[in-house]
Design a protein around this ligand. Structure first.
Ligand code: ZN
Length: 357
């Protein structure tokens, strides 16, 4: 029992001393019963002390468990947010915190991956036709060309560029008979066109010239089909891009357009040559694709060789200079001071284009 009377706990030590004192006073009547009573009291006190200790320890343990649960739910939610809004967090990812001065992370959403002039849409990469905001070409157009009807629509940047392209072509050739016969297309429109082609010309023809519903570039509002219109008899002359119309094809890039399905790229694009189908990608992308003979699939691969973390691509065309680089979708870095444009590629990342002085 002596070992119990330690001085680490003054309160306990005093109680034991009181018991000892009593033993001294009543030494003569000390008996086995008194000793048992004394021991029982001591045991009871120790029991109470152990109980208090257990309650305190249980309380601490409970607090720790609650704290751990709180932390887990907090970080779990942050990770989920990063999935939905890639590139938003600069503290969770160690590689993202190493931005050089003058650059900052840009917050993007999942839908942003399908926004911009460089989205890739083909049989492997579908597109949501409801995504683009479009304007009526009829309402915006100049007098340099025709449009099939008042409903036909395009993205506004594409419609503006089309005006400039057709104005230049008309000024150069004196021709104003180009007819725009296709622009933005809904999913239902594509279902109808595809099925119509299968029914009238067979499956092989439909697959060669028409994208599956959801996989048409026309869903983006960035693609136009050109035709020619004979104002004398209202007939269509087609658009082969030759003779008087060759100028329009050769100079399309100057207005941000590319001929999307050239004959030598059908193995990559999956679509046979379409002399009439043009796609707006903007400047300087159309210039690079034109001069390096790259279709959109190849161009997006090419840009992946210029990641933000590596050497950037610099290009000069039409009197202006640009810096370009690729960012994976969860790490989009942008210059803090300069103006820039970001386009998703509808696959795995973004292309940032920075005009340079
Ligand atoms: Zn087309």
């Amino acid at each position: 029992m002596k070992t119990e009377k330690n001085t680490h706990h003054p309160e306990l030590s005093n109680q034991y001393r009181a018991s000892d004192d009593r033993n001294t006073d009543y030494l003569t009547i000390a008996s086995a019963d008194a000793e048992r009573l004394r021991r029982a009291k001591i045991q009871m006190r120790r029991k109470k002390q152990r109980k208090r200790k257990r309650i305190v320890l249980s309380g601490i343990a409970l607090c720790l468990v609650l704290l751990a649960a709180l932390l887990l739910s907090h970080f779990g939610r942050r990770n989920a947010d990063e999935g939905t809004h890639p590139g938003t967090d600069t503290t969770q990812n160690s590689s993202m915190s190493e931005l050089p001065a003058g650059w900052s992370w840009q917050q993007m959403t999942e839908k942003d991956l399908s926004r911009g002039t460089l989205v890739l849409v083909n049989r492997d990469h579908a597109y949501d036709p409801e995504l683009p905001q479009t304007v009526s070409v009829f309402d915006k157009k100049t007098q340099s060309y025709f449009v099939k009807d008042k409903i036909l629509s395009l993205r506004e940047d594409t419609a503006d560029a089309l005006n400039q392209w057709m104005d230049a072509f008309a000024a150069e050739s004196g021709k104003t008979d180009v007819n725009i016969v296709a622009g933005w297309r809904s999913y239902e429109d594509q279902v109808y066109l595809y099925q119509n082609a299968v029914d009238s010309k067979g499956q092989a023809h439909a697959d060669a010239y028409l994208a599956l519903p959801g996989c048409s570039e026309h869903h983006t509002g960035l693609a136009v089909d050109l035709d020619t219109y004979n104002i004398e008899d209202g007939t269509s002359g087609g658009f082969d891009g030759e003779d008087a119309y060759a100028w329009a094809v050769e100079h399309a890039w100057e207005y941000g357009f590319i001929q999307r399905y050239p004959p030598e790229k059908s193995g990559i694009t999956g679509i046979d040559y379409e002399s009439w189908h043009f796609r707006y990608v903007g400047i300087p992308h159309a210039y690079i694709m034109q001069t390096q003979n790259l279709c959109l699939e190849e161009y997006l691969d090419y840009l992946r060789k210029y990641p933000f973390s590596g050497e950037h691509l610099t290009v000069s065309c039409l009197g202006a200079s640009y810096e370009l680089y690729y960012c994976p979708k969860d790490q989009v870095a942008v210059p803090a001071s300069d103006s820039y444009t970001i386009s998703g590629n509808n696959v795995d990342g973004y292309i940032v284009t920075v005009p340079k002085p």
